[in-house]
Design a protein around this ligand. Structure first.
Ligand SMILES: Nc1ncnc2c1ncn2[C@@H]1O[C@H](COP(=O)(O)OP(=O)(O)OP(=O)(O)O)[C@@H](O)[C@H]1O
Ligand SMILES: [Mg+2]
Length: 477
């Protein structure tokens, strides 16, 4: 959705702008000019193409304005690499007066505009405003496309820990050995497993995730390895099992620390011999799938107590990667929060919302024992509770579960999160309460009008009001 009001009001433009020029004074002058007109933007400078690329590969930028003639990597080469790193980036080149051919070449390479030196402030402001809006839309479209297509998963985060994780994932994806993904609950282990698959030569083949503890022990064996018809009571059909069904794809064994001794033994055999024998069968089938296991448990401790087979551990742990807990990458909290807020709005099919700086600061301060999943849930709740475009502290007070006020800053899972049903009822009640109060305030306590606006019947509305002990009188003026 194009916000025309934002387009006409320069002061509202936000984003990160990278100015690249080998003359430090010129670069500084340009950033000062931009900052005076767009106070909400962040400007960074680089004086060499190589430095600019390092910035783009690290924290990134929304708009790059680069000189063309520079010692070392020139502007055109920089442009090519920059758009490779970030196709959503808007690029503007600075050309000497009259050097129109180079400007045309730059546009062919993907620059979206050019400015001639000496730069006219009016031209500069127009280009910056359009460039920032353009990359905002490009990023939004890319995200929505990805959401709609269910395409390759994205790992959000630019902290050093995340950059290391990304390169580990890329390296692991090149090989075909079993992988053990370790990390606390909700830190993103399954996402990492999916990424390894998506970046490997097995992409396009099945990815099957098996939540081991969720399947009763007696069934897990036949789920994984298959069974013959009549192998046990209830086995009325032959079943191939997930290892065979995964074919040339990847099988993700989630929470491997919890599997029984008998399944451990069978799994070891699969990893050693690359074959499975279905329950009740004397024939084996070949297993081609790659195994990616994950755990949030201390497998070494389980080995010490003989709860986990050491030989299986070594087979699974050929390659291992650890997803760091969110508290070790708090720099990523604002990025993740904005991303989850956007996806939550897309899921609810409501216009995009943004979190206020105050809310982002609060999210960074809060504890996240449930890691990224907890943050994702928080952003979903905030999207539900925030009625306007900006998520502010009012929404936080509504969204934060009772007993975990912002002042305490505690995560919800400290003392256990309680049953799903209760937690859901609590969230629904809080939402309904906030919704009704707003509705009745808007209609000044006129229940018929409130029923009309909300699409609820008068009787249903009155029942809900009674349950939540809300009276219409409170809102009459
Ligand atoms: N870096 C990230 N960028 C984007 N989304 C993320 C990131 N990390 C985790 N998520 C999302 O957070 C949610 C939880 O992640 P995931 O299921 O991978 O965690 P997990 O470690 O497997 O959790 P559990 O231990 O509970 O099985 C998922 O919806 C996942 O897509
Ligand atoms: Mg998981």
């Amino acid at each position: 959705m194009l916000n025309t009001a934002a387009l006409s009001e320069s002061s509202q433009a936000t984003g990160r702008i990278l100015v690249v020029d080998d003359e430090p004074d010129f670069a500084r002058g340009l950033t000062r000019l931009i900052a005076s007109e767009f106070p909400d933007t962040e400007c960074v400078t680089a004086h060499r193409g190589e430095d600019a690329l390092a910035i783009l590969a690290g924290r990134g930028a929304d708009l790059i304005i680069t000189d063309l003639r520079m010692p070392g990597m020139d502007g055109l080469a920089l442009l090519g690499h920059a758009l490779e790193i970030d196709p959503g980036l808007s690029a503007v080149v600075l050309t000497a007066h009259g050097a129109i051919e180079t400007a045309v070449e730059a546009v062919k390479l993907g620059a979206y505009d050019f400015l001639t030196k000496p730069v006219e402030p009016g031209d500069l402001f127009g280009v910056v405003r359009r460039g920032l809006e353009r990359s905002r839309l490009a990023r939004e479209n890319a995200r929505l496309r990805e959401l709609l297509s269910g395409g390759a998963p994205v790992l959000i985060g630019e902290s050093p820990a995340m950059l290391r994780l990304r390169s580990a994932v890329a390296a692991i994806a090149q090989s075909d050995y079993p992988v053990l993904v370790r990390g606390e609950s909700g830190s993103g282990k399954e996402l990492v497993a999916r990424l390894i698959h998506a970046h490997s030569s097995r992409a396009g083949k099945p990815f099957l995730a098996v939540n081991c503890p969720a399947i009763p022990e007696t069934l897990l064996e036949s789920e994984l390895f298959g069974h013959e018809k009549g192998a046990f009571t209830g086995a009325d059909k032959h079943r191939r099992g997930l290892f065979v069904e995964a074919g040339l794809g990847t099988i993700h064994l989630d929470e491997i620390g919890d599997i029984s001794q008998s399944v451990q033994t069978k799994l070891l055999r699969v990893l050693q011999e690359h074959e499975v024998r279905p329950v009740g069968s004397n024939k084996t089938s070949r297993v081609e799938a790659r195994v990616v296991a994950s755990t949030n448990q201390d497998l070494e401790a389980k080995i010490a107590t003989r709860d986990f087979r050491e030989d299986l551990y070594y087979r699974l742990n050929v390659l291992s990667v650890t997803v760091p807990p969110l508290r070790e990458r708090l720099d990523d909290v604002p990025l993740l929060a904005q991303y989850f807020l956007k996806t939550a709005c897309a899921e609810m099919r409501v216009p995009e919302k943004t979190a206020s700086p105050e809310v982002l600061a609060w999210l960074v301060r809060r504890e996240w024992p449930g890691n990224v999943r907890e943050l994702q849930n928080m952003m979903r709740r905030l999207a539900v509770f925030c009625t306007g475009e900006s998520v502010d502290m009012t929404a936080v007070r509504l969204a934060e579960p009772a007993g975990h006020s912002s002042a305490q800053g505690q995560g919800a899972t400290r003392a256990g999160i309680g049953p799903y049903k209760n937690a859901k009822a609590q969230v629904v009640n809080q939402f309904t309460d906030a919704y009704l109060r707003e509705l009745l305030a808007a209609t000044q306590g006129n229940v018929s009008e409130a029923a009309r606006q909300s699409g609820l019947s008068r009787v249903a509305l009155q029942k809900i009001m009674a349950r939540l002990e809300i009276t219409a009188e409170q809102f009459r003026r």
